[in-house]
Design a protein around this ligand. Structure first.
Ligand SMILES: NC(=O)c1ccc[n+]([C@@H]2O[C@H](COP(=O)([O-])OP(=O)(O)OC[C@H]3O[C@@H](n4cnc5c(N)ncnc54)[C@H](OP(=O)(O)O)[C@@H]3O)[C@@H](O)[C@H]2O)c1
Length: 251
């Protein structure tokens, strides 16, 4: 897959104001893609010839529909859809998590992904087009981190939801994957490192990671996502998987 070969293709990225989402948007723009971006605070790029950017909450069903309607008119079919928006809080043992906090977390990290997924499936079916869905997961979908109850539960839910839609839409031209992107040094990692060992007993491991390096860069993750979506030779065999670490993948 050569850089610059994706001109005319369109990607949707949620959570595009900072962190991984902003990095995905930047790399996708660099390879010539048109972008549909959203987040609660303004996305990394303003709207322009090749960018449709909106401030919206992924829990807002109507706002998502309006955005996709606008995208359809401007760009036609969306080739790659990345449900990336996510939160980590509350970080503390389940016994200390309030019901409202749990509900709010699941509403963003799981219901938001459900809404994004459904919106994309309906969009593709309306246009009679195929496409690739990537739901951003986490190692927390597999590993029970003490202190991350809502996050682990939400990401595990994202994985199963993605597996179900992959089966449901197998004949319709949608390819769906949930991808754990590895550890990326974003605001979310700063939040993790700011946790107390009482709330998050494995916090020292994340301080160690910061000292020793070993993060995946957003650009590396973006290129992996592009390969998953557009390089027939890199098509993953499973719906749910984790990216290798960038350090291990370097020649
Ligand atoms: N960083 C890591 O090491 C790591 C590892 C595994 C998985 N992940 C996953 O990667 C994704 C991105 O994480 P990150 O590290 O880039 O986190 P981040 O720096 O905190 O960025 C999160 C993004 O999501 C957006 N967002 C949060 N809630 C939203 C909502 N309700 N509606 C719309 N946008 C919302 C935020 O924008 P606004 O605040 O402007 O809305 C922001 O753009 C998440 O799904 C996370 O779980 C990250």
């Amino acid at each position: 897959m050569t850089v610059g070969s994706l001109e005319g293709k369109t990607a949707f990225v949620s959570g595009a104001s900072r962190g991984l989402g902003a990095g995905l948007a930047s790399r996708f723009a660099e390879v010539g893609m048109r972008l549909v971006l959203c987040s609660r605070t303004p996305p990394v790029f303003d709207s322009g010839e090749n960018v449709l950017a909106r401030t919206l909450d992924v829990r807002d069903e109507d706002a998502l529909e309006v955005l996709v309607g606008e995208a359809e008119k401007r760009f036609g079919a969306i080739d790659l859809w990345v449900n990336n928006a996510g939160v980590l809080d509350p970080i503390r043992p389940i016994r200390d998590v309030a019901l409202d906090e749990f509900r709010e977390h699941i509403d963003i990290n799981l219901v938001g992904v459900f809404l994004g997924t459904r919106t994309y499936v309906r969009h593709l079916r309306r246009l009679g087009h195929g496409g690739v869905l990537i739901n951003v997961s986490s190692g927390a979908a597999w590993h029970p981190y003490a202190g991350w109850g809502p996050y682990c539960a939400g990401k595990a839910g994202v994985e199963r939801l993605t597996e179900v839609v992959a089966v449901e839409e197998a004949e319709s031209g949608l390819r769906a994957h949930s991808v754990a992107p590895g550890v990326i040094d974003t605001a979310m990692q700063e939040r993790i490192r700011a946790s107390s060992p009482e709330d998050f007993p494995e916090v020292e491991r994340f301080h160690e990671l910061k000292r020793e390096g070993g993060f995946n860069s957003p650009r590396f993750v973006a290129d992996e996502f592009l390969a998953i979506a557009f390089d027939p030779e890199r098509r993953p065999e499973t719906v749910a998987f984790r990216l290798a670490s960038e350090a291990d993948s370097s020649p």
